[in-house]
Ligand binder design. Structure first.
Ligand code: NSS
Length: 433
């Protein structure tokens, strides 16, 4: 094909009246005998390529007529705005080259069952809805990172293979490490605490693994987490950071991903409420709220999905729940000096019934209490010797949190299940594709 500029489909508006080359996959096709309408997609948009018998040779026309869904091709043509065409533009085709004529495509444009779609996740990703979700995901990740970068946080990568648990020993994925046990990381937090003592304000962004033997709408075995950690920071600083971060990330998505959210059928109005201050409830107040709503719930119990949903439905923006009973939380939480039976932990629950998207708080700074926590939680002290060192050499108040990307994305996009929020979900009975 002669040298004419190759353009992405989302750039066609800048090339009206010009001859261009575009590459893509066949999404749909109509024919009126003399004219073929090929709807192409390229991951950035759509175009209607119009092939008429008079403008290409007979052989090309016949080959185009035989094209199947998802066939890959390159076409040359002149760009014309047409509000009726999918994508808003038409190409009057003058040349067409086929990379591959696709075999019979398993995903038709009609509805499929969820198991079938998950079995074909590698192809399902090509559909407009999934493309929109992945674009919003990209924006969410970028917004989280930009937010922290602009505030002086340094990205520090945490290891994936670890020797000890961060979030309880029951959900560890174990693997063999030259005859010893290693575990896939549940959270980079403990390493970020070490890094915060070196650099001040740090974060990691990476995958986390939990062998959660539960099939819920919000649990994955492998998910992605952003974990900021700050030295010389208390629970209050941690809550403010979470509040500001969620506000900015939501604003960025609204600014850059409107068409994606519209395609997903997401109501924008609830997202426009995400502004500080977020409502704050102590665990005690949350328990009172649940009991007032008629829920059977005892002080000391941990919230499950139904409780989180009930609480979050009471507010029009994310809600912060703080000061949980020590027994509900991990070993590393600082007790409230006013009330040692509760810890300086906080969770952020997303509105519209979505529930927890952030977990964190102020970390235990004293070495003696930390050692007794290891014993209480039956953790092997030897594996945490380095972590204890952080309390022996210049311990300071410090705090941080973990934000789960898929849960945040599920809420922002209005998805029913986190499985659509990650390109290749790992679930209880799914390791394919
Ligand atoms: O267990 S967390 O509540 N907290 C931590 O892991 C801390 N060590 C983080 C820290 O302080 N640096 O998990 C944090 C978030 C939680 O709010 C969810 O958004 C997400 O991680 N999360 C999950 N997402 C999907 N699937 C599963 N299984 C999952 N578990 C946690």
């Amino acid at each position: 094909m002669p040298a004419v500029k190759t353009v992405r489909l989302d750039q066609l508006a800048h090339h009206q009246g010009q001859e261009v080359v575009v590459c893509g996959w066949l999404y749909n096709k109509r024919s009126s005998g003399k004219i073929l309408f090929l709807i192409l997609r390229d991951g950035t948009g759509f175009v209607q390529a119009v092939v008429s018998r008079d403008s290409v040779d007979e052989e090309t026309f016949r080959a185009a007529d035989r094209l199947t869904q998802e066939s890959s091709l390159r076409v040359r043509g002149t760009v014309r705005a047409d509000p009726r065409a999918p994508g808003g533009y038409e190409l009057q085709v003058t040349a067409l080259e086929i990379f591959q004529r696709a075999e019979e495509y398993p995903l038709s444009l009609k509805e499929h069952g969820i198991e079938f779609l998950l079995d074909h996740r590698h192809l399902w990703l090509r559909t407009p809805r999934q493309v929109a979700i992945m674009r919003v995901r990209h924006r969410v990740v970028k917004a989280c990172r930009d937010f922290l970068d602009e505030r002086g946080f340094v990205l520090v990568d945490a290891p994936i293979l670890t020797g000890a648990a961060c979030e309880g020993t029951t959900t560890l994925f174990r693997t063999d490490y030259f005859g010893r046990s290693a575990y896939l990381t549940q959270s980079g937090q403990l390493y970020m605490e070490a890094a915060a003592m070196a650099l001040g304000k740090v974060y990691c962004f990476g995958p986390a693994f939990r062998a959660e033997k539960s099939k819920t709408r919000r649990h994955l075995m492998e998910f992605w987490m952003v974990e900021p950690e700050m030295a010389f920071a208390d629970l209050e600083d941690c809550i403010s950071l979470a509040e500001e971060m969620l506000t900015v990330v939501t604003e960025e998505v609204l600014r850059h991903c409107r068409s994606e959210l519209e395609l997903l059928g997401r109501k924008l109005e609830p997202l426009t409420h995400v502004k500080p201050p977020f409502p704050r409830l102590s665990y005690d107040q949350a328990v009172q709220l649940l009991q007032a709503k008629g829920r059977q719930f005892e002080w000391g119990d941990d919230f499950g999905a139904p409780e989180e949903t009930l609480i979050s439905l009471e507010f029009d923006r994310p809600v912060v729940v703080h000061r949980y009973p020590a027994a509900c939380k991990a070993f590393y939480m600082e007790p409230d000096p006013q009330r040692p039976e509760v810890v300086l932990a906080m969770d952020v629950l997303a509105p519209e019934g979505y529930g927890e998207i952030i977990g964190g708080g102020q970390r235990l700074a004293g070495s003696e209490l930390l050692v007794s926590k290891f014993r209480e939680h039956h953790l092997p002290e030897e594996a945490y010797r380095w972590y204890l060192d952080l309390r022996r050499f210049g311990s300071v108040p410090h705090s941080g949190f973990g934000l789960g990307i898929e849960r945040l994305l599920a809420w922002i996009c209005g998805l029913r299940h986190v499985r659509e929020a990650i390109p290749f979900p790992r679930m209880l009975n799914r390791l394919y594709p």
